[in-house]
Design a protein around this ligand. Structure first.
Ligand code: HEC
Ligand code: HEC
Length: 266
């Protein structure tokens, strides 16, 4: 997968006023992703079926978009799936859910065996959501699976969505000191100089309401790959790869919850 670097002139000036325009960042900017998911295999919410089957899919989308509210018993922070899997899990290169159900059961490197979609979702709850495992037959799990199945209904078994996962970057070494400066000029206006954001509108990047140290996003390479096409949210696609690694290295030095080893399944 080849990643295109976009450049925008006047970025710094635009960013300086970005949040002011957002009235203190109290509403999300509906920016188009720099690498939009344009595949026709991406179903529209309006096309969800009527009736009980549709209700379960709709609940799944609510759990996905507002996880701390709709799966409160299993979430330990203030992050929703949608804060990382952008556009309700449909944005390319933000680890989208589109077609994903067609790839499970799937071999998992960490597990060293084939895992179910439910097992993969559990990992998100105990790591990214810093929460606890939810039973396979809980209404929240059933709803999430129904939503992901629905996002996969037009896909082909075994064939991944084009924008699956994150972009591939050259392996660079991040410098936290340089990253601190990147953070101050390009991120702090929204996520706060203290990194705690303004949940549920602006998600936290560190502190007790963030993901724990067992989450994929806690790996600097994965965060850099997430950032390149997706952040800063008002000008996605403008970060240089080195800056993405630097700011990820800086964020990595900040405090966050510890992964609860009692929830380690593999
Ligand atoms: C803090 C950011 C973050 C949050 C919150 C988060 N995820 Fe993820 N998720 C990631 C990242 C990054 C990856 C890809 C890297 C990896 O494999 O760890 C990923 C991977 C996944 C995958 C595998 C995708 C694939 O292509 O194989 C699934 C499924 C998933 N997440 C579901 C969820 C669900 C459902 C939630 C909410 C309950 C959630 N995630 C919350 C960051 C997050
Ligand atoms: C204009 C406001 C804004 C700016 C500037 C911004 N972000 Fe974000 N960020 C958001 C929002 C809002 C989300 C939630 C996803 C969404 O709605 O797009 C988010 C999500 C994230 C996430 C995943 C969720 C989490 O909390 O872990 C990370 C990581 C992140 N941003 C890092 C950064 C970094 C690093 C920068 C600077 C290079 C940055 N952001 C700049 C608004 C912003």
């Amino acid at each position: 997968m080849q990643y295109k670097v976009f450049s925008i002139v006047g970025l710094h000036a635009a960013l300086a006023v970005g949040c002011a325009l957002l009235a203190g960042c109290s509403s999300k900017v509906p920016t188009a992703q720099s690498t939009p998911a344009t595949s026709s295999s991406q179903p529209e919410p309006a096309q969800m079926p009527a009736g009980a089957a549709g209700d379960e899919i709709r609940l799944g989308k609510l759990v996905f978009d507002e996880t701390p509210r709709y799966a409160a018993a299993y979430v330990g922070n203030r992050l929703s799936c949608n804060d990382c899997h952008l556009k309700s899990g449909t944005a390319a290169h933000a680890a989208p859910m589109v077609n994903l159900a067609n790839l499970f059961p799937m071999y998992n490197k960490r597990a060293g065996r084939v895992i179910s979609l439910q097992e993969r979702l559990q990992e998100c709850f105990v790591r990214s959501e810093n929460g606890r495992p939810l039973p396979d037959d809980s209404k929240e799990m059933r709803a999430l699976v129904a939503y992901i199945n629905w996002l996969s209904k037009d896909g082909v078994k075994g064939k991944p969505f084009e924008g699956r996962g994150l972009v591939k970057l050259p392996a660079l070494k991040g410098d936290p000191a340089r990253g601190k400066a990147v953070y101050a000029s390009q991120c702090a206006a929204c996520h706060g100089s203290d990194g705690i954001g303004e949940p549920p509108i602006i998600p936290p990047l560190w502190g007790r309401n963030s993901f724990n140290d067992g989450a994929g996003m806690n790996e600097p390479e994965k965060m850099a790959a997430f950032l390149m096409p997706n952040m800063p949210q008002n000008h996605p696609g403008t970060l240089a790869p080195q800056s993405a690694f630097d700011v990820a290295a800086f964020i990595h030095t900040m405090p966050r919850p510890k992964f609860n080893q009692a929830y380690r399944r593999y």
